[in-house]
Every structure is written in structure tokens, then in C-alpha cells.
Design a protein around this ligand. Structure first.
Ligand code: NAD
Ligand code: IPM
Ligand code: MN
Length: 342
């Protein structure tokens, strides 16, 4: 029996996860889901962010489905670092997989790009870089204040995520990997990334390689996103590039992700790229497609590729039938996709 832990979290996280679960039940009835109350409400009630006992329970599941964490009433970082990043780090989810494609019927902001022409995946490093939390401060609150954030990059961590990107590229028709970094300025980490990229590339002679600085890549993602197949990059660059990627493929409400531990030593986690969206939370108007497509990524990971493909087809149908500018009603989207599957 497949067991999925659900961390709906904050804001629209709870709203979109409910629709994801509706779709999961329609496509693969009988999956056991267990809900964990984590996020702003628990923090306010008990002061707890992510107790070790809960982490140990989550570790026993086959996968985790997460909505979003973060709330304006909680200081920035408390939930994002203490819960979301702790999950990614503790469960060694070093491949943060973020596919982007322009779905038929979706109107992106770019003129003259047809559905199908944009289809790439960002392999974002998930456990290192500036997210590692190294750094500190001096003279806080004074005019002499100094703050540092250090980027942690290990040969082991860089090599395994780059190898994952190449492996994914070999299974895709175009077989191309673009590494994105800032080697012209970040010479320490950039040097490690560039050398590692060259070493791993030598193991995959059939895969075309390319390197771009992150500023140029940000531009090309907007002017010519068709050029990409697999992008591999560090944690922070990947965070930023995938919001741009979402924007050019129909919006953040459609962007799904997997925080994957390919070794399967720990559960992988599936979540929309977007956050808790406090500006629309509680209104029932968040687009649940990102959460639904995250369920598809989860199904694929758990060995149900046919179920995943059926969810993608149902989402494609939903998107193809949307009128431009149509107001989203969260539960109606989930209902339509679920009905299409049952
Ligand atoms: P956000 O992604 O929550 O929202 C950015 C904009 O996109 C908002 O205008 C929002 O209304 C819109 N949006 C997001 N998801 C949408 C959806 N499904 N349908 C329609 N519109 C949608 O980013 P933010 O405002 O920078 O962050 C809000 C909070 O979420 C912060 O606390 C942040 O730390 C947190 N956050 C969490 C995650 C996560 O849990 N993975 C990701 C990003 C941000
Ligand atoms: C994301 C989010 C997170 C990140 C934050 C909330 C920690 O922006 O999943 O993209 O930066 O990874
Ligand atoms: Mn982000």
C-alpha cells in the first residue's frame, strides 16, 4: 500500500493540495494519505515548526505532498528554513526537478511561440549553495553592521546533481544540457561547477553541452526559451530561473516540482513551485494545476507512469478549454480534472 504524507501548509497551500488529492483519488484510488499539521497555525498555537518526531514519521512514507509554507504573521525564514528547507535537506532531496512546458491552449506572454515549442526541465541543486545557511553577522543594528551568507558547494553535491541532469538528458529527444552559473564572478564555486560539468560531460558523449552565465540565461529564458532542454544550476539560481520559466509558460499557477532523492534513502517531496500567495489566500481562486501536476510527478516517481500520464492529459484538456482571462475557481478545476479521470 502506497502511503503519502500530506503537508498542506499555509495560505493557498491548503486550497490547492485538496484539489491535488481529489485528482490522486480519482486516478489511483486507495492510496493512503496522512495529513500533518505543520505551518503557521501550528507555530502560533504551540511554537513548534517541525518537531523531530514528525520528521521521523514523515521519513516512513513513500512520498510527501506539500502545498506551500510561509505566512505574513510569521517572521521570514522561520517556516521556510525551519520546515521546507529542513525537509529538503534532512531527506537529502538534492534534485529539485522543475519541468516547464507551454501547454496547448495556454496563452503565454511571448508572441509567436506555439505550444510544444517550449519543453525543458530545470534540475536545480536542492541541498547546498546559498541555502546551506552558512554565514553570520556582526554589529547588528549599528551603522557598522556586516552580514554574510556563504554558498556551500561540495564536489560530491555538485557532481551528483550534474550527473542526474545528464542522465535525464539521455532520455529526452534533444539530449542537451545547459549549465547555468556565474563563473565569471563566483570563481570559487563556479570553478568547481565548471570542472565538474566538464568531467561528467565526458561520460555522456551523446549529450550536447552548453554553458551560460545566469544573467544571460535569464534573458534567453524570456527571449528564446525554446533553446533549452535540460538546465542544471545551483540552488539560488534555480529558484529564480524557475519563476521566470513559470512566467513564460502560462504562469506560476501551472508550475510543478519534485524535490527528489534519487537514491530513495528518504522520501521525495512534490510541491507547486509557487508559495502560499497571501494576496489571494482564502478566496478560492488559486489555480490548483501546479499542485495537480505535482501529483503527476509524484505518481511517476512512485512507479505509476500511466497514472501520471493520465493526469497530464486531463490537465492538458482542462487548459485547452480555458477561455483567455477566465476566472479560476479552485475547486471547480479540481472537480473537472478528477471527473475527466474517473
Ligand atoms: P507566491 O508564489 O506565494 O506568490 C507570488 C504571486 O503569484 C502572488 O501574486 C500570488 O497570488 C500568485 N500565485 C501564486 N500561486 C498562485 C496560484 N496557484 N494561482 C494563482 N496565482 C498564484 O510568492 P511570494 O508572494 O513571494 O511568497 C508568499 C509566501 O510564500 C512567502 O512566505 C514565501 O516565503 C512563501 N513561499 C513558499 C514556497 C513554498 O512553500 N514552496 C514557495 C515560494 C514562496
Ligand atoms: C521555492 C521557494 C523556496 C525556495 C523558499 C520558500 C524557501 O521559493 O520552492 O521555490 O527558495 O526554494
Ligand atoms: Mn521559489
Amino acid at each position: 500500500m502506497t502511503r503519502i504524507a500530506v503537508v498542506a501548509g499555509d495560505g493557498i497551500g491548503t486550497e490547492v493540495v485538496a484539489e491535488g488529492l481529489k485528482v490522486l483519488d480519482a486516478v489511483l484510488p486507495g492510496v493512503e494519505t496522512e495529513h500533518y499539521d505543520l505551518g503557521a497555525a501550528r507555530y502560533h498555537r504551540t511554537g513548534e515548526v517541525f518537531p523531530d518526531s514528525v520528521r521521523d514519521e514523515l521519513a516512513g512514507h513513500d512520498a510527501i505532498l506539500l502545498g506551500a509554507v510561509g505566512d505574513p504573521t510569521v517572521p521570514p525564514g522561520v517556516l521556510e528554513r525551519g520546515l521546507l528547507l529542513k525537509l529538503r535537506f534532512d531527506f537529502d532531496q538534492f534534485v529539485n526537478l522543475r519541468p516547464s512546458k507551454l501547454w496547448p491552449g495556454t496563452v503565454g506572454p511571448l508572441a509567436n511561440i506555439k505550444p510544444g515549442e517550449i519543453d525543458f526541465v530545470v534540475v536545480r541543486e536542492g541541498t547546498e549553495g546559498l541555502y546551506a545557511g552558512a554565514g553570520g553577522g556582526l554589529h547588528r543594528g549599528t551603522p557598522a553592521e556586516i552580514a554574510t551568507e556563504e554558498s556551500l558547494n561540495t564536489r560530491h553535491g555538485v557532481e551528483r546533481v550534474i550527473r542526474d541532469a545528464f542522465t535525464r538528458a539521455t532520455a529526452r529527444p534533444r539530449r542537451k544540457v545547459t549549465m547555468v552559473h556565474k563563473t565569471n564572478v563566483l570563481t570559487h564555486a563556479g570553478g568547481l561547477w565548471a570542472r565538474t560539468f566538464a568531467d561528467v560531460a565526458a561520460e555522456f558523449p551523446d549529450v550536447e553541452t552548453e554553458y551560460q552565465h545566469v544573467d544571460a540565461a535569464s534573458m534567453f529564458l524570456v527571449t528564446n526559451p525554446q533553446r533549452y532542454d535540460v538546465i542544471v544550476t545551483d540552488n539560488l539560481f534555480g529558484d529564480i530561473l524557475t519563476d521566470i520559466a513559470a512566467a513564460v509558460t502560462g504562469g506560476i499557477g501551472l508550475a510543478a516540482s519534485g524535490c527528489i532523492n534519487p537514491t530513495r534513502a528518504y522520501p521525495s517531496m512534490f510541491e507547486p513551485v509557487h508559495g502560499s500567495a497571501p494576496d489571494i489566500a482564502g478566496k478560492g481562486i488559486a489555480d490548483p494545476v501546479a499542485a495537480i501536476l505535482s501529483v503527476a510527478l509524484c505518481l511517476d516517481h512512485l512507479g505509476h507512469p500511466e497514472a501520471a500520464a493520465r493526469v497530464e492529459e486531463a490537465v492538458a484538456h482542462e487548459l485547452a478549454n480555458r477561455a483567455p482571462g477566465q476566472q479560476i475557481v479552485t475547486h471547480e478545476v479540481g472537480d473537472r480534472v478528477a471527473v475527466a479521470l474517473s
